[in-house]
Design a protein around this ligand. Structure first.
Ligand code: NAD
Length: 320
C-alpha cells in the first residue's frame, strides 16, 4: 500500500479523511499545527508542523506517495470576510510550498482541496441561482481573498502538472458539514453554528440568523466528501471538479430542519445584520457524475441528525 500524507489532519475534513484512509489500509501521515480537537489521532504518524515554511513541507512530504492537501487558514463567512490578507498570506504560502515540496520529493499524486468560493460573485447574486459548473470559474471574480487564493493554488497545481508532470487532482468543495468539526469560537460554519444556537436555546426562545435568511446554499455531508475525495484521487480526472450536493436550501429552511431534529416545538428566528456571503450558491454536479460515475448520497435531514446530536452533546458538556 502507498504511504499517504493528509495535511490539515487536525481539522474537520482532514481528520475524517485520515480515518477513512486508515480503514482502506493505507499507511497515513497526518500533519497540522494542532492535534484533532474532538477525537483521537488515527494516523500512523502525526506531526505538528507549520506548513507555511519550506523546511516543514519538505519534511511532511518525505517518503510520501499520495498527498491530500487540506491545510488552510479558514472558517465560516464571519472569519473569511474579516481576515482577507491573513488568509491570502497563510494559504498561499502553505500551498506554494506544498506543491514544490511534493514535486521535489517525488510524490506520485497530489490532491488539492479548493472551494466553491472561487466562483465569480456576479453569478451568485440571486437566491434562486443557476448551479455553478466548473467552467464558470473564468473570467475570475471571487468575492473574497479566500477564493482568490484558492484559484491561484489551483493554477499552481496545473502549472506543476504542465512543467514537472506532477499528477494533480483538484476538488472544489461546496459547504461540507458533519460531526467532529468546529462548532464554536468564530470559525464555525452555518450548519454547525445553527446546531449550536438551537441546542443552546430554551424551547420557546429565539436564535439569531445573519441577514434575512433567504440566502441559499447546498450542503454536503463529510462522509460523502471523503468518499468523493478518494474516488477523485483514484480516477484519472485532472481538471477541477465540484464536490457537493445539488439540493439548494435557504438558511431559514436549514434552521427549520435543525429545529425539527432538536425536538423543540417552537424556536423563532431573529434576523440580524451579519456577513452573508453571496446571495445564492448551488453545485452543478453534471461533470462530477460524468467523470466519477458517482455523486454524494446523504440527504440533508439524515446528515444533520448525527451532526446535531454531536453538537448538542458538546453544548451540554460545556454547560455542565
Ligand atoms: P479546518 O479549518 O477544520 O481544517 C484546516 C486545518 O488546517 C486546521 O486543522 C488548521 O489547523 C490547519 N492549518 C492551518 N494553517 C496551517 C499551517 N500553517 N500548517 C499546518 N496546518 C495548518 O477546515 P476543513 O473544513 O477541514 O477544510 C479542509 C480544506 O477544505 C481546506 O483547505 C478548506 O479551505 C477546504 N474547504 C472546506 C470547505 C468546508 O465546507 N469545510 C469548503 C470549501 C473548501
Amino acid at each position: 500500500m502507498e504511504r499517504v500524507l493528509v495535511t490539515g489532519a487536525g481539522g474537520f475534513i482532514g481528520h475524517h479523511l485520515v480515518s477513512y484512509l486508515k480503514e482502506k489500509g493505507y499507511w497515513v501521515r497526518g500533519v497540522d499545527i494542532k492535534e484533532p480537537e474532538f477525537s483521537d489521532i488515527d494516523a500512523d504518524d502525526f506531526q505538528l508542523l507549520d506548513l507555511r515554511w519550506k523546511e516543514n513541507t519538505d519534511k511532511a512530504t518525505e517518503g510520501i506517495d499520495h498527498v491530500y492537501s487540506l491545510a488552510a487558514d479558514m472558517g465560516g463567512m464571519g472569519f473569511i470576510s474579516a481576515n482577507h490578507s491573513q488568509i491570502l498570506y497563510n494559504n498561499a504560502l502553505i500551498n506554494l510550498q506544498m506543491t514544490e515540496s511534493a514535486r521535489k520529493n517525488g510524490a506520485k499524486k497530489y490532491l488539492y482541496t479548493s472551494s466553491a468560493c472561487i466562483y465569480p460573485e456576479h453569478l451568485q447574486t440571486e437566491a434562486n441561482v443557476v448551479p455553478l459548473k466548473e467552467s464558470d470559474a473564468y473570467p475570475a471574480a471571487p468575492q473574497d481573498a479566500y477564493g482568490w487564493e484558492k484559484l491561484i493554488s489551483e493554477i499552481a497545481c496545473q502549472y506543476y502538472a504542465l512543467d514537472h508532470g506532477l499528477d494533480v487532482r483538484i476538488v472544489r468543495f461546496h459547504n461540507i458539514y458533519g460531526p467532529y468539526g468546529t462548532w464554536t469560537g468564530g470559525r464555525e460554519k452555518a450548519p454547525a453554528a445553527l446546531c449550536r444556537k438551537i441546542a443552546e436555546v430554551e424551547d420557546g426562545g429565539e436564535i439569531e440568523i445573519w441577514g434575512d435568511g433567504e440566502q441559499t446554499r447546498s450542503f454536503c455531508h463529510v462522509d460523502d466528501c471523503v468518499e468523493g475525495i478518494y474516488r477523485l484521487m483514484m480516477s484519472d480526472v485532472h481538471e477541477p471538479l465540484n464536490l457537493g450536493r445539488d439540493r439548494m436550501v435557504t438558511i431559514n429552511e436549514l434552521a427549520q430542519i435543525i429545529i425539527d431534529i432538536s425536538g423543540k416545538k417552537n424556536v423563532s428566528l431573529k434576523h440580524v445584520d451579519g456577513p452573508q456571503g453571496v446571495r445564492g450558491r448551488n453545485s452543478d454536479n453534471s461533470l462530477l457524475r460524468e467523470k466519477l460515475n458517482w455523486e454524494p448520497q446523504i440527504a440533508l435531514e439524515q446528515g444533520l441528525q448525527g451532526t446535531y446530536r454531536w453538537i448538542e452533546k458538546q453544548v451540554q458538556a460545556a454547560q455542565s
